[in-house]
Design a binder for this molecule. Structure first.
Ligand code: ZN
Length: 71
């Protein structure tokens, strides 16, 4: 079952919820009891896009996706 990350808009806390994909967009309640939480990008997606995978794939250039240089 996938793990989804939510951020509470009331107290700014982030928390993870494990639920079926069919319920991914259902509202979540934060651990502090606030009902106004929004879903963040999945943990897996954010690691693959901006994490350690990209720099490791091309060590020579040294420029990752977040680099602002002219490469
Ligand atoms: Zn909260």
């Amino acid at each position: 079952m996938p793990l989804y990350e939510f951020k509470c808009r009331t107290c700014d806390d982030t928390f993870e919820v494990r639920r079926p994909m069919s319920e991914a967009s259902q509202p979540a309640t934060c651990p502090h009891g606030h009902a106004d939480a929004v879903r963040l990008l999945s943990v897996f997606a954010s690691v693959g896009a901006a994490g350690s995978a990209a720099p490791a794939a091309r060590p020579a250039g040294g420029c990752g996706a977040g680099c602002g240089c002219a490469h």
